[in-house]
Design a protein. Structure first.
Length: 256
């Protein structure tokens, strides 16, 4: 009898199924985000140096990958070091799950729809001010070779950003949302909103004008909602990676 009770206590302690949404939110606000910002500031001179090279855009995408993957690994180990089956726990949180061809096909549709919605957002925002100022994408297109943009925006960025935003951030929040029977829908909606806001802010470029910056933030936030939906529906970020790559490819083709 005592052995059964002990085993039950261990399973409860080691399982992520008992974590509350507020515990997950605190991990995000109190640990993951501050550590991300500190890491980016610490390595900012490296990014500024790499940005001035011919491979600047690709180097920036790799820099973000270094920061995001490093933060994911270190904070995950810090938060979950005492759990059994830590690798399977990480895989579950990140949503690194294989899917069939139908989710991938839907991912293509979400990517194309995201581009169309970005035009709608741009039109609506333009009603409130001049939206002709260059954004980060058009500025990068004027500075770097197309193949550098392709490698950075279509191959590197979708993988890195999906792992970090729809994988780690959204996956962390959704642990608590799924564990709450009473407020599951509310916490799921909040998880999508928080993830999408952070994703939008991450794409804001200080060099862009106010209207252009608002357009970029709102467009990427809208796109993020679709990416979060796919993660929820299939439990995987793989369709989101394809959708994200297609979205970036179409945008690049429009500005090059």
């Amino acid at each position: 009898m005592s052995e059964t009770i002990t085993a039950a206590k261990i399973n409860t302690k080691d399982s992520i199924e008992t974590l509350s949404w507020y515990w997950c939110l605190w991990n995000l606000v109190g640990i993951i985000l501050p550590f991300t910002l500190l890491t980016m500031v610490a390595f900012l001179p490296v990014y500024q140096w790499a940005e001035k090279t011919p491979l600047g855009f690709l180097a920036g995408a790799l820099y973000n990958g270094f920061v995001f993957m490093g933060v994911t690994a270190l904070t995950f180990m810090f938060l979950h070091w005492s759990r059994h089956a830590i690798l399977s726990t990480l895989t579950k949180i990140l949503g690194l799950v294989k899917v069939g061809w139908k989710p991938m096909l839907v991912g293509v549709g979400v990517g194309a729809a995201g581009v169309l919605l970005s035009f709608v957002v741009a039109f609506i925002v333009s009603l409130f001010g001049d939206n002709s100022q260059p954004n980060a994408t058009s500025t990068a297109a004027a500075l770097y070779d197309p193949w550098v943009l392709f490698l950075g925006a279509v191959l590197v960025a979708p993988v890195v950003e999906e792992v970090f935003f729809r994988g780690y951030i959204f996956g962390t929040l959704m642990i608590g949302a799924k564990n709450s029977e009473k407020h599951q829908k509310l916490y799921t909606a909040l998880s999508i909103l928080i993830t999408s806001i952070l994703f939008g802010l991450a794409h804001f470029s200080p060099g862009s004008g106010l209207i252009s910056g608002i357009t970029t933030i709102l467009s990427t936030m809208t796109f993020s909602v679709g990416l979060c939906w796919m993660r929820l529906k299939w439990g995987s970020i793989i369709p989101g990676m394809l959708s994200h790559a297609l979205y970036n490819l179409i945008v690049l083709l429009l500005v090059i």
